[in-house]
Design a protein around this ligand. Structure first.
Ligand SMILES: O=C(O)CCC(=O)N[C@@H](C(=O)O)c1ccccc1
Length: 372
């Protein structure tokens, strides 16, 4: 395939309720979509991708404006020069640009989808997915009060989500976790995500979470603190899970070998794309390390692609692949529906969902066309 044009569509989609983590409170989903047109033996084919970078560099160093800029000035031009572009070689062609994994992943997604359409294949089949639906977990932001936390989580349990993930930060951790367990008992999957809000100095305080039968504690310490997570893992019964730290298959190998993680949150955008994410899945499986699919408040496009990746056998824990309605009144693709604690793995060609032009128009804030 030969890349002919790339158009980046920046969108801003209102969230149904504010989403607060230890580092940010969002009321809109701001991201950009990649619309890439390719010349192929079967004529022109369009593939779509989605960047998971946030509007501000607070989860990682990436952010929307930087992703648009690096794609326009560096990444797309590199791919325009490739005569026969394939999904499996996008990362290699972009290797000299340092960093920007989310921007690279968004472009790779568009190449993947075009290749899938060329080969009349679903993403699930391309990856080797083995199930038709995946368990659907939900991520719950930091709430204004313990009572509100119990109310919100009660609502999601009512809806039937397979697992609850609660964001925590210093001062909003033990009390809400204890209240949720007191209110709903021990028989549901419950985990916490600190987004790097603590340090090893907080070890004694974090150990108090061991009393609540959590599935895991996600990224309590900083992205660079692989060794420190290994130290903390020795002090806690709750299984350690890394997110921000796992920036590549190599980082995953280091974290596993150092005992810093016994569960890994896989996010294609964080590691440079789905091809690298599958490598991490395979590496973890070889080491007997469980993985689950993280989420970045994706639109239905990213959510559909994530569900396909999560259909691989090593994804043994429910992921953050909730229904579209958890975050959006309206999705820009067909709605991803959570039912009976699961979401279906798309079976259509490509990612199995399509961008609704009218909704793209409604939520679009600007578009940048990039030509060779
Ligand atoms: O369900 C979802 O899509 C969101 C899951 C979630 O909590 N994502 C968090 C995270 O730290 O993993 C996040 C969201 C947005 C941006 C950065 C991180």
């Amino acid at each position: 395939m030969k890349l002919k044009s790339v158009t980046l569509h920046q969108v801003s989609i209102p969230l149904v309720t504010p989403f607060e983590t230890s580092f940010m409170r969002e009321t809109e989903k701001d991201c950009y979509l990649v619309e890439a047109v390719f010349d192929t033996p079967q004529g022109e084919i369009t593939g779509w991708g989605e960047s998971v970078a946030m509007i501000s560099p607070l989860y990682s160093s990436e952010y929307v404006a930087a992703g648009i800029d690096v794609t326009r000035r560096w990444l797309a031009p590199l791919l325009f020069d490739v005569e026969n572009l394939t999904a499996e070689t996008v990362g290699w062609h972009l290797r000299h640009v340092i960093g920007h994994p989310m921007a690279k992943s968004a472009l790779e997604m568009a190449v993947i989808e075009a290749q899938l359409k060329l080969n009349n294949q679903s993403f699930k089949d391309y990856l080797g997915g083995v199930v038709d639906s995946v368990p659907s977990g939900v991520s719950v932001g930091i709430q204004d009060s313990v009572e509100e936390t119990v109310k919100v989580i009660g609502g999601y349990l009512e809806e039937g989500y397979a697992r609850i993930k609660l964001k925590i930060k210093p001062g909003k951790d033990i009390a809400p976790v204890a209240a949720v367990r007191k209110a709903f008992g021990d028989d549901f999957g419950f985990q916490v995500d600190a987004n790097a809000a603590y340090t090893l100095v907080d070890a004694a305080h974090l150990r108090r979470l061991d009393d609540y039968g959590l599935l895991l504690i996600e990224q309590p310490l900083g992205e660079a603190d692989i060794r420190q997570h290994a130290e903390l893992a020795k002090l806690m019964d709750t299984p350690m899970c890394l997110d921000e730290s796992i920036v590549s298959a190599e980082a995953a190998a280091d974290a596993i070998m150092l005992g810093a993680t016994s569960v890994i949150n896989i996010k294609p955008g964080r590691v440079g794309g789905f091809i690298e994410a599958k490598k991490i899945h395979d590496l973890a499986a070889a080491h007997g390390v469980a993985v689950w699919h993280g989420g970045m408040v994706e639109t239905g496009l990213g959510r559909a692609a994530n569900a396909a990746l999560a259909s691989l056998p090593g994804f043994t824990l429910p992921g953050d692949i909730s229904g579209s309605n958890r975050f959006f009144h309206e999705d820009i693709t067909e709605e991803i529906v959570m039912y009976d604690g699961k979401v279906d793995v798309p079976t259509g060609i490509g990612f199995g969902v399509s961008i609704d032009p009218a909704k793209l128009e409604r939520f679009r804030t600007e578009s940048v066309e990039i030509l060779p």
